[in-house]
Design a protein around this ligand. Structure first.
Ligand code: BG6
Length: 488
C-alpha cells in the first residue's frame, strides 16, 4: 500500500541551532525523507544558522553526515540527496548578539511572498532574544511562523515569561510549540480509534473503564545530555509535556471538529480537571549501575560525572480527573531512563464482567484491555476472552485481536518530525501545544516540584535494566492492580 503525498506550498525554513543535536538527528533527516517522498516543492529552501564559522560546503558536509547516520541506506537516493543539498545554505548568525542578522535579512528578502518558518532548535533561553531580533529586523512579517521546542520554561512562571517574549513578536496563530509525541503515527491513531469507530466511545468512561496506564519506558540512559537532563529530570522532561498530552488525548471529550482550536480546547479542559496530587501519588527514582541489552551500564551519577544529584530519572504518578466521565478512574503514568526495555504504550483496562456464568474449571475471566503501542512495533491490541479450542470442556483464554501497523499497512512509519515540520508549512496547529495548554500543564506540575523541593528526600534508587524502584510497583499494587510489563 502506498501513502498519498501532497506537496506543500513553497517555503523557506530557517533553522537556528542548525549544527546542534536536534537539527542533525531529527530535522535534516526528516526534511530529506519528505524530499525523497516528493513532498517538497522545487522552490523549498533551507537555511541553517548557528554561531560557528562554517562555509556552505561545510554545512552540506554536516548535513550529508547527518543523513548518512540517520536515514537507512536503502532509503538514500543520490539524485534526491543532490537535490536536497542544493536547497541548503548556511549563514553565521549570533542568536544572542548582533552578528549575522543583516545577512539573514538580506537572504530572506526575496522570499517574503512564501511561507517563512523560523525553527528555534536552541535552548529556551534564546527563544525570547531570537524572536525580538526577528521582530526588529522585520522578519516576523505575516508570512512568518516560529517553531519552538520543549521545554518551554522550567516551571509555570518561566514558561509564562518565555511565552510573553514570543508573544510580543508573534501572534499565537503563528506560534508552533512542538511536542513530538503528538506527531507520532500511533498517537494520531488514537484519535482515529476513538472518533472514527462507534465501538469504543460508549464504553469510554468510568462506568466501563477501571483504570488507564501510560508507560513511556526508555532503555537508554541520559547519554550525552546529562548537563541538560540534570536541570530537568523526568517530571519536566517527559511528564509535563509528552505524558500529559497522551493523557489528554485519551481523556478528552470528542471535539466538534478536528481543527486546532477545537482539539486544544478539549485538551485544556482535561488539564484543568486534573486533581492535585497528594504525597502518596508519586514515586521518584534514580538509576544505579546495572545491565541493559546484556551488558553492564553505569549509574546516573557516573554518567553525570557528579558525586550527588537529586534529579529523578524515573517517575510514576497516579493522576485523577475531576469530571463526570472519569471520576474514580486512576490514570497511572510512569516514565524513566534505563528501564527494562524501550516501550511506550497506553493501556485502557476495562472493568471485569459483572457475573460469571462459567464454572471454576473454565479458569479466570480476565478483564478486557485495549493496548495502544506507540513504539516499538506500533499497533493496537484488544484483549478478549475466548474459548480454548478443542475438546475438554469450556476453558477460557485471553487472546488479542492484534493489529500491527507494519503488517497491516506495510509502509514505513514516518518520524514525528516529518509530519510536524510540514504541518507548520501547511499552517495546521492541531498537533502543537497552545500557550494555555502549556501553562495549565505547569500549573499541575509546579506543586509537585514544590513538594519535592520542600521534602528534600532523594529519589529512590533502582538498578538499571529494571522497571524502576519497588515503590512504583507498590503505587499501583496497593490499589489491587498491576503494571503491564510491556511484553509483546
Ligand atoms: C524527549 C526527551 O523529548 O523525548 C528525551 O527530552 C527522551 O529525554 C525523548 O529521550 C523520547 O522520545 P522518543 O521519540 O524516542 O520516545
Amino acid at each position: 500500500m502506498t501513502s498519498r503525498v501532497i506537496p506543500v506550498a513553497p517555503f523557506v525554513l530557517v533553522v537556528f541551532g542548525a549544527t546542534g543535536d536536534l537539527a542533525r538527528r531529527k530535522l535534516l533527516p526528516a526534511l530529506f525523507q519528505r524530499d525523497l517522498a516528493g513532498q517538497l516543492p522545487d522552490e523549498a529552501v533551507i537555511i541553517g544558522t548557528a554561531r560557528g564559522r562554517l562555509s556552505g560546503a561545510d554545512y552540506e558536509a554536516l548535513a550529508a553526515r547527518a543523513i548518512a547516520e540517520h536515514v537507512p541506506k536503502a532509503e538514500r537516493n543520490e539524485a534526491v540527496l543532490a537535490r536536497f543539498m542544493a536547497r541548503l545554505s548556511y549563514i553565521r548568525v549570533d542568536a544572542a548578539g548582533d552578528e549575522g542578522w543583516a545577512d539573514l535579512a538580506a537572504s530572506l528578502a526575496g522570499y517574503r511572498a512564501m511561507v517563512n518558518v523560523f525553527y528555534l532548535a536552541t535552548g529556551p533561553s534564546l527563544f525570547g532574544p531570537i524572536c525580538e531580533r526577528l521582530g526588529q529586523t522585520g522578519l516576523a512579517h505575516e508570512m512568518a511562523r516560529v517553531v519552538v521546542e520543549k521545554p518551554v520554561g522550567r516551571d509555570g512562571a518561566s514558561a509564562a515569561a518565555v511565552n510573553d517574549a514570543i508573544g510580543r513578536v508573534f501572534p499565537e496563530e503563528r506560534v508552533y510549540r512542538i511536542d513530538h509525541y503528538l506527531g507520532k503515527e500511533t498517537v494520531q491513531n488514537l484519535l482515529a480509534l476513538r472518533f472514527a469507530n462507534a465501538l469504543f466511545e460508549p464504553l469510554w468512561n468510568a462506568a466501563h473503564i477501571d483504570h488507564v496506564q501510560i508507560t513511556v519506558a526508555e532503555s537508554l540512559g541520559v547519554e550525552g545530555r546529562a548537563g541538560y537532563y540534570d536541570h530537568a529530570g523526568a517530571l519536566r522532561d517527559m511528564v509535563q509535556n509528552h505524558m500529559l498530552q497522551l493523557l489528554c488525548l485519551v481523556a478528552m471529550e470528542p471535539p466538534a471538529r478536528l481543527d486546532a482550536d477545537a482539539v486544544r480546547d478539549e485538551k485544556l479542559k482535561v488539564l484543568h480537571a486534573l486533581a492535585p496530587l497528594g504525597e502518596h501519588g508519586w514515586v521518584r527514582g534514580q538509576y544505579r549501575a546495572g545491565a541493559s541489552a546484556g551488558g553492564p551500564v553505569p549509574g546516573y551519577l557516573d554518567e553525570l560525572g557528579a558525586a550527588e544529584s537529586t534529579t529523578e530519572t524515573f517517575v510514576a504518578l497516579k493522576a485523577e480527573l475531576r469530571n463526570w466521565r472519569w471520576a474514580g478512574v486512576p490514570f497511572y503514568l510512569r516514565t524513566g531512563k534505563r528501564l527494562a526495555t524501550r516501550v511506550s504504550e497506553i493501556v485502557i483496562a476495562f472493568r471485569p464482567v459483572p457475573h460469571s456464568v462459567f464454572d471454576e474449571a473454565a479458569g479466570p475471566i480476565l478483564a478486557n484491555k485495549l493496548v495502544i503501542r506507540l513504539q516499538p512495533d506500533e499497533g493496537v491490541k484488544l484483549w478478549l476472552m475466548t474459548k480454548d479450542p478443542g475438546p475438554g470442556g469450556m476453558r477460557l483464554r485471553a487472546v488479542p485481536l492484534d493489529m500491527s501497523f507494519a503488517a497491516a499497512f506495510g509502509v514505513r512509519n514516518p518520524d514525528a518530525y516529518e509530519r510536524l515540520v510540514l504541518d507548520v508549512v501547511r499552517g495546521n496547529q492541531t498537533l502543537f501545544m497552545r500557550r494555555d495548554e502549556v501553562e495549565a500543564a505547569w500549573a499541575w506540575i509546579d506543586p509537585i516540584l514544590d513538594a519535592w523541593a520542600q521534602a528534600g528526600t532523594p529519589p529512590k534508587p533502582y538498578t538499571a535494566g529494571t522497571w524502576g524502584p519497588s515503590a512504583s510497583i507498590a503505587l499501583i499494587e496497593r490499589d489491587g492492580r498491576t503494571w503491564e510489563d510491556g511484553n509483546p
